[in-house]
Design a protein around this ligand. Structure first.
Ligand SMILES: Cc1ncc(COP(=O)(O)O)c(C=O)c1O
Length: 304
């Protein structure tokens, strides 16, 4: 990890190495914390945070879902992101990780008396699934873990505890020689990746699962918007794993993964086994958007 100079913590900028928390912090034991993953791109006009207000809104929504009262407003949190990026020095694209967590003071499952801490870290981070993955695609395995059931977990919240499921799926996929996991829902339909949403292309139509069993992804929404704008038909519906095997193209989307083609699922080659034409077109449009080269979407960028 490439460290930066400062981390924003509870209203102040503190040195990176001093942004620590007590070993008995509530979240460390019981897993309740809301967080975000946001990117800032090094555009020709300087760093620009992509969809800051949407990420911050989702952070506050996550807090609401898991009954954590965030002590900061949307505006204060957005300002804190900007303050942090201005204070640090970066040479490339940046990944931002705001987290609202439960600190030190009480033990036991009941979290209502635990102090709420808020931190934002931001560091330079390249392609999550690798530059090679973005260019030529990755190998994916359908996970033996089903996505967290909506009966017992809350997938609309980006919360730490949800990521045990993701972590186990990712671990299994890596151990099997693949780069990422595809998780199905309890009925056997595609839900999402361990940290990404999923798309396929069939006969020129872009198909992605509904939000029923996944995070309401900001990148997925952006890709749908771009696709419609350039005249690609988009359908949100259930997708089964065998439909993925016979798709012309497949790719993951997410803040970290950006748009990463999937070249293989469960050892079946998808389409040509390379990034397909529609995937490449969407990558081109997406990267031009986040780099501030498409004025139509300039409202999505917050320049630092
Ligand atoms: C489980 C999961 N699904 C989907 C996504 C993609 O969401 P977004 O595009 O908002 O980053 C992420 C990443 O945040 C994720 O962790």
């Amino acid at each position: 990890m490439k460290e930066a100079q400062y981390i924003w913590k509870d209203g102040e900028l503190v040195a990176w190495k001093d942004a620590t928390t007590h070993i008995l912090s509530h979240t460390l034991h019981y897993g309740n914390a809301a967080f975000e993953g946001t990117r800032a791109y090094a555009t020709p006009k300087g760093l620009a945070i992509f969809r800051l207000s949407d990420h911050t809104k989702r952070l506050l929504n996550s807090c609401k879902i898991v009954a954590i009262e965030c002590p900061y407003t949307q505006k204060q949190l957005e300002d804190a992101h900007i303050e942090l990026l201005r204070a640090n020095t970066y040479e490339g694209n940046v990944y931002l990780r705001p987290i609202v967590f439960l600190g030190y003071g009480v033990m036991g499952v009941n979290h209502m008396e635990a102090p709420v801490n808020v931190a934002i870290a931001a560091w330079e981070w390249g392609a999550y699934l690798g530059e090679e993955g973005i260019l030529n695609g990755i190998r994916v395995k359908t996970s033996s873990f089903a996505r967290n059931s909506v009966k017992s977990m809350m997938g609309k919240a980006k919360i730490a505890a949800n990521y045990l499921n993701s972590q186990m799926a990712k671990h299994e996929a890596l151990k099997c020689g693949c780069e990422e996991a595809l998780l199905l829902d309890e009925s056997g339909f595609v839900a999402e990746g361990s940290g990404e949403c999923f798309f396929i292309v069939r006969d020129g139509v872009l198909i992605t699962p509904t939000y029923e069993n996944s995070l309401e992804s900001i990148t997925q929404a952006t890709v749908i918007e771009i696709a419609k704008d350039i005249g690609i038909e988009v359908v949100q519906r259930r997708v089964s794993r065998d439909e993925v095997y016979i798709a012309d193209e497949a790719f993951f989307t997410g803040t970290a993964a950006e748009i990463t083609p999937v070249k293989e699922l469960d050892f079946r080659v998808i389409g040509s086994g390379k990034a397909g034409a529609i995937t490449q077109r969407l990558q081109k449009e997406f990267f031009s958007l986040v780099m501030g080269q498409n004025v139509k979407y300039s409202h999505y960028l917050t320049y630092i």
